[in-house]
Design a protein around this ligand. Sequence first.
Ligand code: TXE
Length: 484
Amino acid sequence: MDKEGIRDLRNYVGGCFVEHDGSEWMDVLEPATGERFARLPLSGSNDVDAAVEAAREAQPGWAALGKDSRADWLDRIADSLEVSFEEVAELESRDTGKPISLARAVDANRSVANFRFFAGLIREQEKETFEMEDATNYVVNRPVGVGALITPWNLPLYLLSWKVAPAIGMGNTVVCKPSELTPMTADLLMRVIDGVGLPAGVVNLVHGDGMGAGSPLVAHPGIDLVSFTGGTATGEKVAESAAPAFKKLSLELGGKNSSIVFADCDMEKTIAGVVRSGFLNQGQVCLCGSRILVEDSVYDEFERAFVEAVEQMRIGDPADDSTDLGALISKDHLQKVQGYVDIAIEEGGRILTGGTPCLPSGFEEGNWMAPTVIADLPPESRCSTEEIFGPVVTLHRFQSEEEAVGIANGTRYGLAGSVWTSDMEKGKRVSESMESGMVWVNTWLHRDLRVPFGGVKDSGVGREGGRWSLGFFSEAMNVCLKHD
Ligand code: TXE
């Protein structure tokens, strides 16, 4: 820590916090204020080599421990992380610009829950057997080896813990590469892991940007699997680099998710649910419902009530408990989001609210954008089909169930969606017609950690969550015993 309270972060390799091999650093900025509060080492190939080597060395011993002991380690990490609950929430809120209430309820809470959940699931795992008349088959779930875990900036510790827990729980060792924009809680997790005394080399972390650290990590011959969450364009590069070596690959990429509102919905609950799904974390969640399709007969009523509810959200100081909306992650991202509003106007969109930057007093240097609702855009327009990943939603009318499904499926993405209706049969029918990894009926982001999580089309490859994570982070081997 220097005189101004700026922390220099370090990599975590082989159970030690180490300096990176180089002299380049990047400032970590608070999105709300634009102020620097830490420096991130821009690591390179040598740092990646050291981390992968440490992970490879630790892997056989860690795998030999057995699943129950590894589950105990996950519980120890959860207990220690829980002690730091408030620190996690504060760091996440400062680092991402999200409201502290959200950082507590979602980020801090889920990070602890992820470790506990996978500890329990791994302990409960039973050996599968398949009897034949003259033989018995059983399945051994062996570790894959060393995993590269690459995570984005929107839910930093939530997503990192979602990967680390099942990966090490199944006997792999890992090298983490968190987003360079939000490294603070990944650093905290390494301090927790160091504090509980997890065997050296089981979890390693290399800070840096995508080209300098992420790319050599994915390409490293000592990496056996890659679990990546981030943008679709980056996912393509990761897949290209991992494929020639047949690395096991899971890609959780972007989304452009529809919320389908039928005339028979409970309007009050629907408005609340659709506002939440459109704007949680300033719309920076891959599951956010950013295209809202409303049945024609209730469209005008919905539009009025929806805009009113959006305008009631409190935007401002992320550290204030009553704040609903914080800042966007970076100046570049703010520019990208504003660029989409310009495109919407060119495409004939009508801005019902927002559309402009808004600077809460005292936060003039931060990355702020008013929540924005756009109507009258054709469903196939760029703003209605491309991932904006900000506080911008588009409203569209539909006449029939078929038309709604057609619009919902008319994007390259297929991650999530929601359907709002009092008719459960219709809810199920419409959900099952959607080209999507997940659909919620009369709710959104109602997560059960046991269910599969992931997308179709350009939203990704593979599933994580519950037993799907255990499957991805292991290799199922069949042993067949012939009877006498
Ligand atoms: O993601 P990137 P960014 C979407 C959203 C956003 C866009 C870009 O649309 O605007 O992605 O966000 C690392 N090899 N999502 O720029 O670049 C990088 O350092 C290996 C959706 O943050 O994909 C970071 O750790 N790694 C998403 C991670 O990849 C590379 C959430 C993600 O960065 C790399 C966030 C490379 N060549 C953004 N290049 C979701 N689905 O939740 C970068 N990285």
